[in-house]
Design a protein around this ligand. Structure first.
Ligand code: SAM
Length: 192
């Protein structure tokens, strides 16, 4: 059953509907590896997932999660670098990407994604997205800096050409404005 009311899980369902075995995907913010694991399971052993994080702790946590699930193999590239450098590592068209912004849960809350580098990464990831590909951005306006980042990301995505991208913003109406939100993006064309 689809969990419509978790921003992160809603994003997973949106990606899962399209991502197939053998596909390629990017996790722009590896964190504790929940999103990397979902992508790895969807693309299967013949696919590829590039996952980014600037913190060694995130790579360690993700590596452990993937190993426990039995998917830590050639399909996975765990990269300790900023997602703003995605084009240094990824040149193929990708079918899906997840950006789950903010800080590492259970880690240092002062290390957060930053508006300028997030915008660079989102722009370059959209560029790499194949026709028909899907991208999810989970925003957290509840921590210092998160509100500005959310506004900037939404303003950027709102300017995308509607003939090329569908962009849907999901927010809770009956929770504080600081609650997480999710933005679902699909690039035009490609397979159904
Ligand atoms: N997707 C994760 C999961 O499934 O557990 C949660 C991600 S967490 C909310 C955000 C992560 O973004 C943190 O681990 C943080 O270190 C990372 N981060 C911050 N700046 C970054 C950057 N420039 N490039 C890549 N990751 C970054």
């Amino acid at each position: 059953m689809i969990n419509w009311f978790s921003a992160a899980k809603l994003g997973h369902h949106f990606i899962a509907e399209k991502l197939q075995a053998g596909d390629t995907a990017v996790d722009g913010t590896m964190g504790n590896g929940h999103d990397t694991l979902i992508l790895a399971q969807l693309v299967g052993p013949t696919g590829k997932v590039w996952a980014f994080d600037i913190q060694a702790q995130a790579l360690a946590n993700t590596r452990e999660r993937l190993a426990t699930a039995g998917v830590l193999d050639e399909r996975i590239e765990l990269i300790q670098d900023g997602h703003e450098y995605i084009k240094k590592y990824v040149s193929h068209p990708i079918q899906a990407a997840i950006y789950n912004l903010g800080y590492l849960p259970g880690g240092d809350h002062a290390i957060i994604t930053l508006t300028e580098t997030t915008l660079t990464a989102i722009r370059d990831t959209l560029d790499l997205l194949a026709a028909g590909g899907r991208m999810v951005v989970v925003v957290y306006p509840g921590h210092p800096g998160g509100d500005r980042e959310k506004e900037a990301v939404e303003a950027y995505l709102a300017r995308l050409d509607a003939r090329e991208y569908k962009v849907l913003k999901c927010n809770f109406l009956n929770r504080p404005a600081t609650a997480p939100g999710v933005i679902l993006i699909e690039k035009g064309g490609g397979r159904n």
